[in-house]
Design a protein around this ligand. Structure first.
Ligand code: F6P
Length: 360
């Protein structure tokens, strides 16, 4: 007979490392003789008919290396707390009360929410309504405040790096400009890190609006210098100076981005006469096996989340700081996104190795 029962759910966009958290939580909880309930499809599993599964050593064996989440997830539904371009909404009272009744009925004494900015905003609302919640930060975007890193990010960057390595050879063979569109609605961390590690010549970020002519100049200059091919990485949320972001408005969820890569390719071709192709990396960045860094970080986060329940430090989020796993108020993580500061050391370093941000 177990001594305590805790719950966990994965919410928002999936990312590599979610299953490693589930495994870490389960192993740490079983050592305390606690039982873990995994709610299905994010917070939705808390609503009647209440979809959950018991997580134990057997059901979590061998899942660390699997992408996605064995519990399922969603970034839509009854618990959405951020919509549009990140505007906050309030989860309806009847939805909160229904979730409260589920947890009481099942005897769940602590709920671990593994999510990004939107899902942790929901978690904070639940905590403020008296739920015993612990947050675990996840997002490939790495844009959460109060943690130096989220798992999933380096697996996504590794995917971008691999894509650029492949695109380099075909671009060079055809003497083309090649545009790679990557994820990042508001924060350009994936584009910045992926662009640097994949040897891009131009990186376009949401935080640094670009000038079409400056982008075209880089392509022309490289041709004049005899380089023949040019690699451009563009974050899906990048926009030209005096221009707007390219997205489709979505009802009851955050806007759906994608498509700026095609526009960048068209503009480069028109302005330089150079043959240009584009490639949208899309959800390939979110799928697949987590890299070693993400497996380790996710496992550390999972174990720490169990420790926080044991210490009854509810309303806290596990956080990576100075090589250690610490904890911070969930509220500190969701009050604003952590964006790329244009004067960031990495941006300066990138400029030193001739990466253009299309702004100067
Ligand atoms: O927040 C993670 C993220 O992958 C963003 O980078 C991207 O814009 C969004 O989710 C895509 O979400 P969806 O899975 O709904 O297309």
């Amino acid at each position: 007979m177990y001594q305590r029962r805790i719950g966990i759910l994965t919410s928002g966009g999936d990312c590599p490392g979610l299953n490693a958290v589930l495994r870490g939580v389960t192993k740490a909880a079983e050592k305390l003789n606690w039982q873990v309930i995994g709610f299905r499809d994010g917070f939705e599993g808390l609503l009647p008919p209440c979809q959950y599964t018991i997580l134990d050593r057997a059901s979590t064996a061998g899942i660390m290396q699997l992408g996605g989440t064995i519990l399922g997830t969603t970034n839509k539904g009854h618990f959405v707390a951020k919509v549009g371009s990140g505007e906050k909404t309030t989860v309806p009272k009847e939805v909160i009360e229904s979730a409260r009744a589920t947890l009481a009925e099942l005897g769940v004494e602590g709920l671990i929410v593994v999510g990004g900015d939107g899902s942790l905003t929901t978690a904070l609302q639940l905590y403020e309504q008296g739920f015993s919640v612990i947050g675990v930060p996840k997002t490939i975007d790495n844009d959460l405040e109060a943690t130096a890193m989220t798992f999933g990010f380096y697996s996504a960057v590794s995917c971008v790096t691999d894509a650029l390595d492949r695109l380099h050879s075909t671009a060079a063979s055809h003497k083309r400009a090649m545009v790679l569109e990557v994820m990042g609605r508001h924060a350009g961390w994936i584009a910045l890190h992926g662009g640097i590690s994949g040897g891009a010549d131009i990186v376009l970020l949401p935080e640094i609006p670009f000038d079409w002519e400056k982008v075209a100049d880089v392509v022309r200059r490289r041709d004049a210098d005899g380089y023949q091919s040019t690699m451009i990485v563009v974050a899906e949320g990048a926009r030209p100076k005096d221009g707007i972001q390219h997205y489709q408005a979505t009802q009851g969820a955050e806007h759906h981005f994608g498509g700026v890569g095609e526009i960048v390719a068209q503009q480069i071709a028109e302005r330089t006469g150079k043959e240009t192709r584009y490639c949208i990396l899309g959800h390939l960045q979110r799928g697949g096996t987590p890299g070693p860094l993400d497996r380790i970080l996710a496992t550390r986060f999972g174990v720490k989340a169990v420790n926080l329940i044991q210490e009854e430090k509810f309303g806290r989020m596990v956080s990576y700081q100075h090589y250690e796993i610490a904890d911070v108020p969930i509220a500190d993580a969701v009050h604003q996104l952590r964006l790329v500061d244009p004067s960031n050391q990495l941006v300066e370093m990138a400029r030193s190795v001739d990466i253009s941000f299309g702004d100067q």
